[in-house]
Design a protein around this ligand. Structure first.
Ligand code: SAH
Length: 204
């Protein structure tokens, strides 16, 4: 999976490649899908949600420029796979999920796999996690109509954010960098995510 799907497409951060080699992706999908867990595509995880394609996870993780002291916020826990990849690299991951059964199931999985540096919360992530802010990096793993301002405000100076922005069918993967002067945006290319649903996202 890593050499053919990820390194071959240009992801080169050694920390990201090591994490992608280490985390057992099949544990994050149902047993019926284990034979497809390392394929070059997203997979269903129940509740009409999906675990992202391995390459997208790697690309987004690299774009966050994760460092070992970093505290990272993720919006959209889902299967927990993206959070686990980050938890291999950074100091602590804070992740928010709005669908209760996914939140419960994934919390149990993190405990089973001994991811003690992942903090979970059941809530609408479009308002962020003010009590734990600012974050060194924020990753949104659902497609937003626009960049939620509260999330930008919870990013530290020098912080990075990656978020898919667009309509229901396709989005641009946007990287945001925040410095003393404000924010700077650039596009990493097209992508397709499930909807970010919430107060500062799409309506249900
Ligand atoms: N990072 C996940 C991707 C899961 S798909 C993984 O690695 O598997 C996106 C997830 O975002 C879904 O579980 C969906 O329920 C969740 N989501 C959508 N809008 C949200 C919101 N406002 N707050 C928190 N989670 C949200």
């Amino acid at each position: 999976m890593v050499s053919k799907q990820i390194e071959a497409r240009g992801v080169s951060d050694p920390k990201v490649l090591a994490a992608m080699r280490k985390v057992p992706r099949h544990f994050f999908v149902s047993e019926a899908l284990w034979d497809q867990a390392y394929g070059d595509y997203p997979l269903p995880i129940g509740e009409q949600q999906t675990i992202s394609q391995p390459y997208i996870v790697a690309e987004m993780t690299q774009a966050l420029q994760p460092g070992e002291e970093d505290r990272v916020l993720e919006i959209g826990t889902g299967s927990g796979y993206q959070a686990a990849i980050l938890a291999e690299i950074v100091f602590r991951v804070y992740t928010i999920e709005r669908i209760y059964p996914l939140y419960v199931k994934t919390r149990k999985l993190f405990d089973k796999l001994h991811y003690h540096n992942i903090v979970t919360k059941y809530s609408d992530g479009t308002t962020g996690w003010a009590d734990e802010s600012p974050f060194d990096a924020i990753i949104v793993t659902a497609g937003a109509p626009e960049i939620p301002k509260l999330l930008v405000s919870q990013l530290s100076v020098g912080g990075r954010m990656v978020i898919p922005v667009g309509n229901h069918y396709s989005q641009d993967l946007i990287k945001v960098y925040k410095d003393e002067r404000g924010i700077h945006k650039n596009s990493l290319g097209g992508c397709r995510f499930v909807k970010l649903v919430g107060e500062h996202g799409w309506r249900e």
